[in-house]
Write a protein that binds this ligand. Structure first.
Ligand code: NAD
Length: 479
């Protein structure tokens, strides 16, 4: 039984959840404690009590702890990557890459702890000085989704601790293993009791407790739009600081002058890798007339070579979908797209058992052509290996289609035209724009986030994370 970490102690939960391997549903990874609201209350109390001392800890103390955590994560990347692939279903190389990202994030924010910065300037009044500094916000509640079980927790926990906040972390129910492993590393890193707390449990129980408790000064949430709206409503009701990272319907434009190989590789990578379960996945391909048919033919040829199998098996390109309910959502959307007039050009087949006979949630990647902008497949997030194609007349039409979405997380263009690439970078209504690159797969040291219905509040990651995890103070002194 894997327990919750509350006030420096490992505690049993009120109930238990079973962590199942989506590549082989007979494989039980472990049983994990599920906290109730009373245990979440204990964690918030512990974090509240720890905050005054931790917020005044030295930058050296915070650097040493975060740097040690990063070093251990990087040293154990193969083992932690194996656990991640086993519980979430992305392939082993993808999972090891995600773990390495988490390690590097801890090291980046260890460095940030040493350079909080600030400004001094003269007042407009004679003899008065002004200092502008940043202070920790307080107790932060961190709520994360299942699709990046270690990287998203890392990119919230590391900056929170680096700038002197105390943390109550609630991971997604489907992937407690990576969250627990990260908490276990943090528990041995030298943090005072109560500074970091792991509270695994239901969103409707532990999550809601974090949203509604006045001792939680700020909430950082990544997940679906529907849950994000609940987070926002609860936070506004008690005027807590909050930040939301939610869904996407990310476009990738392919222009007539694109390098076909680059365009196909970028579209296959960001549409289907990690089983299409990335918020930055390109789920809408917008392809101009002159290259459309050649591009689709090359996509289908490439898709035929992709191996869908056990996430941890060497040679697997695409692992399983995360669970039965997400699988149903994926196949439902394929049906909706066909009923609306789309053509299933390739894939979308349910595979009950993999090459070794293990039962899992396997689905071959699906490409749906002949779709139009108003169809549900182009307006709603599927969150699986399902990509639709819209035909465009020219660049201007493609740009308008790409921005015709309630979301605005990432957007891409494949082109050899500097003019169109430059125009697109400026006029795309997305938070992250990629030229001749997949829309998914971003650096760990620069801001991450979107616009419109995809995000709310300050950016995550890089130095911009300070906007959320610190609060600014302006001090005046007359000598
Ligand atoms: P989800 O909204 O179902 O759950 C996210 C988290 O919220 C989980 O920990 C869940 O337990 C918790 N939760 C659920 N109900 C709650 C409530 N009432 N109060 C408080 N917390 C509650 O999302 P998911 O299915 O885990 O993740 C998939 C979604 O996440 C997709 O929409 C995807 O696009 C999005 N996502 C976005 C980003 C980004 O940075 N923009 C990154 C990854 C995933």
């Amino acid at each position: 039984m894997f327990k919750n970490l509350i006030n420096g102690e490992w505690l049993d939960g009120a109930s238990v959840s079973r962590n199942i391997n989506p590549s082989d549903t007979r494989d039980l990874i472990g049983e994990y404690a599920q906290a109730d609201a009373a245990q979440a209350d204990l964690a918030i109390a512990a974090a509240t009590a720890a905050f005054p001392a931790w917020s005044l800890s030295t930058p050296q103390q915070r650097f040493d702890i975060l740097d040690a955590v990063g070093t251990e994560i990087l040293a154990r990347r193969a083992e932690l990557g194996d656990l991640l692939a086993r519980e979430e279903g992305k392939t082993l190389p993808e999972a090891i890459g995600e773990v390495a990202r988490a390690g590097n994030i801890f090291k980046f924010f260890a460095g940030e702890a040493l350079r909080p910065g600030g400004e001094t300037m003269p007042s407009v009044r004679p003899g008065v000085g002004v200092e502008i500094t940043r202070e920790a916000v307080g107790v932060v509640g961190l709520i994360t989704p299942w699709n990046f079980p270690i990287a998203i927790p890392a990119w919230k926990i590391a900056p929170a601790l680096a700038w002197g906040n105390c943390v109550v972390f609630k991971p997604a129910d489907l992937v407690p293993g990576s969250a627990w492993a990260l908490a276990e590393i943090l528990s041995r890193a030298g943090l005072p009791a109560g500074v970091f707390n792991l509270v695994m449990g239901r969103g409707s129980v532990v999550g809601e407790k974090l949203l509604n408790d006045p001792r939680v000064a700020a909430i950082s949430f990544t997940g679906s739009v529907a849950t994000g709206q609940k987070v926002a409503a609860a936070a506004v009701a008690r005027m807590a600081k909050f930040q939301l990272e939610m869904g996407g319907k990310n476009p990738m434009i392919v222009l007539d002058d694109a390098d076909l190989g680059i365009a196909v590789n970028a579209a296959v990578n960001s549409g289907f890798f990690s089983t299409g379960q990335r918020c930055t996945a390109s789920s809408r391909l917008i392809v101009t007339d002159g290259i459309h048919d050649r591009f689709i033919a090359a996509m289908v040829e490439k898709m035929k070579t992709l191996k869908v199998d056990d996430a941890r098996k060497a040679g697997t390109d695409i692992g399983p979908v995360v669970d039965a309910s997400q699988l149903r959502q994926d196949t439902d959307y394929i049906g909706i797209a066909k009923a609306d007039g789309g053509t299933l050009a390739h894939g979308g087949e349910r595979i009950e058992t993999n090459a070794t006979g293990a039962p899992g949630f396997y689905l071959t990647p699906a490409l749906i052509t002949d779709t139009t902008a108003e169809m549900r497949i182009n307006r709603e997030e599927v969150f699986g290996p399902v990509v639709s194609v819209i035909r465009a007349r020219d660049y201007e039409h493609a740009l308008a289609l790409s921005n015709d979405t309630p979301f605005g997380l990432a957007a891409g263009i494949a082109t050899t035209s500097l003019k169109h690439a430059t125009h697109f970078k400026r006029h795309s209504q997305a938070g992250m724009v990629m030229v001749n690159l997949p829309t998914a797969g971003v650096d760990y040291h620069v801001p991450f986030g979107g616009r419109k219905g995809s995000s709310y509040g300050p950016r995550e990651q890089g130095r911009y994370a300070a906007e959320f995890y610190t609060t600014v103070k302006t001090a005046y002194t007359q000598a």
